[in-house]
Design a protein around this ligand. Structure first.
Ligand SMILES: CSC[C@H]1O[C@H](OP(=O)(O)O)[C@H](O)[C@@H]1O
Ligand SMILES: Nc1ncnc2[nH]cnc12
Length: 290
C-alpha cells in the first residue's frame, strides 16, 4: 500500500483549484526543463493533491510548446501516483454537446512537433499504450461527474492535433466520419504517453466547448464562443475535482491495470550500454528500475 497523490493538469480555463488545505505554489526543478508553471500542492479530504496549469498561469504556453516531459517528470518527482487531465475539446458527435464531459479512453495522436518520449539513444524503452488511460481513475472521474450533476459520456476517442489553428472542414469530416474520433483537442498527446512511461495512472476528462467545424448548424469554431462555454465548464471541472479524493482514498493499492508497472519489461538497452547522462535524467521517471 502506498499513499495516493492525485495531480490535476488543468487545461484552458483552469489555472487553479480551490479548497486545498495548506495550499502552496512551489517551483519544481526537472532535468527535462522548466515545467509549465509552479505546482500547487496541498491536501483535500486528507488526500494529497497537486495542481499544474498546463498552459501556465496567464496562458503562456501554446499546445506545441507546453513542456510535456518536464511537467510529467516534475509530478513524478513530487510523488504523484495518479494524473487527471481536465481539458477543453471540440466534439464530433451530435450527442456529445457543448457543456458535456467525456471520460476519454482512446487517442489518435496526430501531433508532429513535440518530444514524445523520455527514452531514446542510450536508453531505449517501448511501453504499451494500447489502453492509454486507467479505467480505475476513469471510474472515479465518471462518478465525480455524475455526483456533480454533469452530463458525462463514458469512453471516447480523442484526436490530438498539433494546432494551434483549428481543423479545416475536410479534416474535421475525415476525423469524424472515417477515423471514428469523438472529440478533438491539442494537448493530451504526448502527455498520456509520457505518463505511461513514468508509470503514472492517467485519465482524461474532456470538457466539450464546441462542435469543431463539421456541424452544419454550428459553422466554424470561434474562440469567443468557445471561451463562453469554457468558463462554465471550468466551474464544473473544479467541482468534479473536489469530489475525487473521497472516491480514490488516501491508501493506494497497486494499479489493477498495471499502469504503475508499465516499464517493468520495457527497457531494452543493456545496463553496460546505457548513456550515463540520460540515465541521470531518468532518475525520477524510471528510478524504480535503474
Ligand atoms: C481553448 S481553445 C483550444 C485549446 O484548448 C484546449 O487546451 P487544453 O487541452 O489544455 O484544455 C485545446 O487542446 C487547445 O489547446
Ligand atoms: N474544436 C477544437 N479543436 C481543437 N482543440 C479544441 N479545443 C476546444 N475546441 C477545440
Amino acid at each position: 500500500m502506498t499513499h495516493t497523490k492525485i495531480a490535476i493538469i488543468g487545461g484552458s480555463g483552469i489555472y487553479d483549484i480551490d479548497g486545498l488545505q495548506g495550499a502552496e505554489w512551489t517551483t519544481v526543478d526537472s532535468p527535462w526543463g522548466a515545467p509549465s508553471d509552479a505546482i500547487l500542492s496541498g491536501t483535500l479530504g486528507g488526500v494529497e493533491m497537486a495542481f499544474l496549469p498546463r498552459h501556465g498561469r496567464g496562458h503562456v504556453h501554446s499546445p506545441s510548446t507546453v513542456p510535456y516531459r518536464a511537467n510529467i517528470d516534475a509530478l513524478k518527482r513530487l510523488g504523484v501516483t495518479d494524473v487527471i487531465s481536465v481539458s477543453a475539446c471540440g466534439s464530433f458527435r451530435e450527442a456529445m454537446a457543448p457543456g458535456d464531459f467525456v471520460i476519454v479512453d482512446q487517442f489518435i495522436d496526430r501531433t508532429i512537433a513535440r518530444e514524445k518520449s523520455f527514452f531514446g539513444s542510450g536508453c531505449v524503452a517501448h511501453v504499451s499504450v494500447a489502453h492509454p488511460t486507467c479505467p480505475r481513475l476513469g471510474d472515479a472521474c465518471e462518478a465525480a461527474a455524475r455526483d456533480a450533476g454533469i452530463t458525462v459520456h463514458r469512453g471516447g476517442t480523442y484526436l490530438a492535433m498539433e494546432g494551434p489553428q483549428f481543423s479545416t472542414l475536410a479534416e474535421s469530416r475525415m476525423y469524424r466520419e472515417s477515423w471514428g474520433a469523438d472529440v478533438i483537442g491539442m494537448t493530451n498527446m504526448p502527455e498520456a504517453k509520457l505518463a505511461r512511461e513514468a508509470e503514472l495512472c492517467y485519465a482524461s476528462v474532456a470538457m466539450i466547448t464546441d462542435y469543431d467545424s463539421w456541424h452544419p448548424d454550428h459553422g466554424e469554431v470561434d474562440v469567443s464562443e468557445i471561451i463562453k462555454t469554457l468558463m462554465g465548464n471550468a466551474d464544473k471541472g473544479r467541482d468534479l475535482v473536489k469530489r475525487l479524493p473521497a472516491l480514490l482514498g488516501a491508501d493506494r493499492a497497486p494499479c489493477p491495470h498495471g499502469c504503475d508497472r508499465a516499464l517493468e519489461y520495457a527497457i531494452l538497452t543493456r545496463p553496460e550500454a546505457r548513456d550515463p547522462e540520460l540515465m541521470a535524467k531518468l532518475d525520477a521517471v524510471a528510478g524504480r528500475l535503474l
